[in-house]
Design a protein around this ligand. Sequence first.
Ligand SMILES: Nc1ncnc2c1ncn2[C@@H]1O[C@H](COP(=O)(O)OP(=O)(O)O)[C@@H](O)[C@H]1O
Ligand SMILES: [Mg+2]
Length: 263
Amino acid sequence: MLKDENEINYSPEKLKEMIAACVGAEKVPKQVFIHTDTSDFYRIDYDAVVVLGGRPYLVRNNEREGRFGIEEQQKYWVKRARDLTDGSTKILKLTFLERFQANVGGLSFECYRSPQKEARILEMVDGNLNFMQGHAVRDSAGNIIRIIEYITGKTFADFILELGSSHEDYFYNYFPAVLDEYIELVKAIQFRSGFAENAINAVAALQDRPSVAECILSRLTELKCSTVVVGRRGITRKEEFLFGSTSCKILREAKDCSIWVIQ
Ligand SMILES: Nc1ncnc2c1ncn2[C@@H]1O[C@H](COP(=O)(O)OP(=O)(O)O)[C@@H](O)[C@H]1O
Ligand SMILES: [Mg+2]
């Protein structure tokens, strides 16, 4: 990207006009704070304007990662914003170079965030509507910012919460259709990983066993799997209480195969 694309080509008066056109005259802030360097994302508050790739974005709320009805802390590096040139809603993912140590079943491993990787994935899935659409630009400090089209509607997890009048009703009458849809998501991962259309076989297994771990363990013996991939991605303490023991049990008990635990 050209360096001068990060220059601010809008006067505060012009920006106020654009804000009024976008969110209404009554919501125009008295003073407009303009940022081109997003390194300190805590300083980029509601009503600030961030100029990226020559475009001004009006910052709204920080996003949260609520799942299964559990609301989490706000993510200061994930801003909802309005593109002031066309009024569209975008997600600005600012650079957060977090590293942390995770522990599963006695194993300790390092996790880190990669803005470059997210930018590469956006490029790879461009035009495939099974994925979020967006692109990356650098801010004036060189941070890689992902600008993503806002996806409206409920998350898959929240959608599921509303199905069925009881858990039994959900399990017998809705769950099979949910799994069918879920397989579409697995196919999307297949595309992202560069596998050929027919290289992955998606099978939904419904078994009556005391735990998910035992279900997976029996399937992997039957199928003679060489690798098992289990997700533990971003689970919270509360979710760990519910689901965390699955990856631990598989790590302890699976034989003759390698195991990837995805954080
Ligand atoms: N394109 C999008 N459209 C709508 N909401 C989004 C979008 N991208 C992120 N979000 C919201 O922001 C939350 C955090 O974004 P995410 O990319 O998962 O950040 P992190 O990498 O920190 O987990 C998501 O759980 C979701 O609620
Ligand atoms: Mg997330």
